[in-house]
Design a protein around this ligand. Structure first.
Ligand SMILES: Cc1ncc(COP(=O)(O)O)c(C=O)c1O
Length: 375
């Protein structure tokens, strides 16, 4: 929470406000933002934009600044065209601008999806543990959240998933692949079985898609155009987390549905221009994916050598344990100058794969922290 001492109105508390009853007692999203040398807690790409991209963004923003007295293109047609080109090139699926939608991060995409397809009297189901914002945005849109379990090893049991979908018949189903915070992807054949059983919209959250060895769910759009939505982001592999750009691929009617709930001009002219520049430099940026995948293997092997149990990962992070006291272990990492994430799974912590030097620092801290565990 923001420091309030001395601020006008600092004696007013949430209890004094006419807040919706269903929001009382809830916790906001809160990955700690601490000034620590090694920050491996929010799954960003550790490599900053290369100088050529920085220069291109600056030039694009300067160009657009001349028109800032005008509202942006509220349908972001040029950006969506570029996104279609990128995703079609990657997946070999002939996507066009009509299949794409973009917003300020995939969190906003998810919010718009729940505004359009969830809401009061409707439900959303996800396989937990998974991305913490799915239930938080469900709550914000008054969509009933239904958690369904993963296997003990955190993988998704396709038969169990189909049974959960048939039992609860959610209006919106979330399948995160690779799953955050556990790391595994769902094979397209298993996903197809879940899609076939789903009565509502199925949001496949592929925030970490570029790191995965599985094919994108975009390949299933032709088979399930009335329910499949593939949600992606430029915050991870694209090294554009600060730029805030998420997008989806779906049937054009899904985009029509989102036009009903999006705020007009939600994507600023500057965001659109910067994202287009980032896409122009996509292949240079995405060259880091191979480096990070190799580093992931090194981190996993080294953690195992130190005696940790590591969950297999298809993303740019690794879930590992078992700690007798995960919050205590998280604090010990911090004392070593390494910020990782306590995602609330008993005995486990999650670390983002960083640069080789950051990973070395993490592994050195791990040697100390895990040695204490063994005592
Ligand atoms: C699975 C998943 N989906 C969506 C997001 C949201 O990303 P953004 O809003 O930055 O696009 C994240 C971010 O951590 C994530 O892990």
């Amino acid at each position: 929470m923001t420091a309030v001492a001395g601020a006008i109105g600092c004696d007013v508390t949430l209890a004094n406000l006419p807040l919706r009853d269903d929001l009382r007692g809830r916790s906001p999203y809160g990955a700690p933002q601490l000034d620590v040398a090694v920050r491996l807690n929010t799954n960003e790409n550790p490599y900053p934009p290369p100088p050529a991209l920085v220069a291109d963004i600056a030039a694009a923003v300067q160009q657009e600044a001349r028109e800032l007295h005008r509202y942006p293109d509220r349908d972001a047609v040029a950006l969506r065209t570029d996104l279609a080109g990128y995703l079609a090139g990657r997946t070999r699926v002939p996507l066009t601008v009509a299949n794409m939608w973009a917003a300020n991060g995939s969190n906003e995409i998810i919010q718009q999806l729940l505004q359009a397809f969830g809401g009061p009297g409707r439900s959303a189901l996800g396989f937990t543990p998974s991305y913490s914002m799915h239930p938080i945005i469900s709550a914000g849109t008054r969509t009933q959240w239904i958690p369904a379990p993963r296997r003990a090893d955190f993988s998704l049991d396709p038969a169990g998933a189909v049974a959960a979908v048939q039992a609860h018949r959610p209006d919106v189903l979330f399948v995160t692949s690779p799953n955050n915070p556990t790391g595994q992807s769902i094979p397209p054949a298993d996903l197809a079985a879940v899609l076939a059983a789903a009565p509502g919209i199925v949001v496949v959250d592929e925030a970490y898609g570029e790191f995965s060895s599985e094919h994108s769910a975009v390949g299933l759009l032709g088979q399930f155009p009335d329910r499949l939505v593939v949600c992606r982001t430029m915050s991870k592999a694209f090294a554009f987390a600060g730029g805030r750009l998420g997008y989806l691929a779906a049937a054009p009617a899904v985009v029509d549905a989102l036009l009903l709930v999006r705020l007009p001009y939600h994507l600023s002219t500057l965001t659109q221009a910067a994202a287009r520049a980032a896409l122009r430099h996509g292949s240079a940026t995405l060259a880091s994916v191979a480096v990070l995948v190799k580093e992931r293997a090194r981190v996993i092997a080294a953690l195992r050598d130190l005696g940790a149990q590591v969950v297999p990962s298809d993303a740019n992070f690794v879930l590992f344990g078992r700690f007798a006291d995960a919050p205590g272990a998280w604090r010990r990492y911090l004392e070593h100058g390494v910020l990782i994430r306590d995602v609330g799974i008993a005995g486990h912590l999650r670390v983002t794969v960083g640069t080789p030097a950051e990973n070395d620092a993490f592994l050195a801290a791990s040697a100390a922290v895990l040695a204490l565990e063994a005592l």
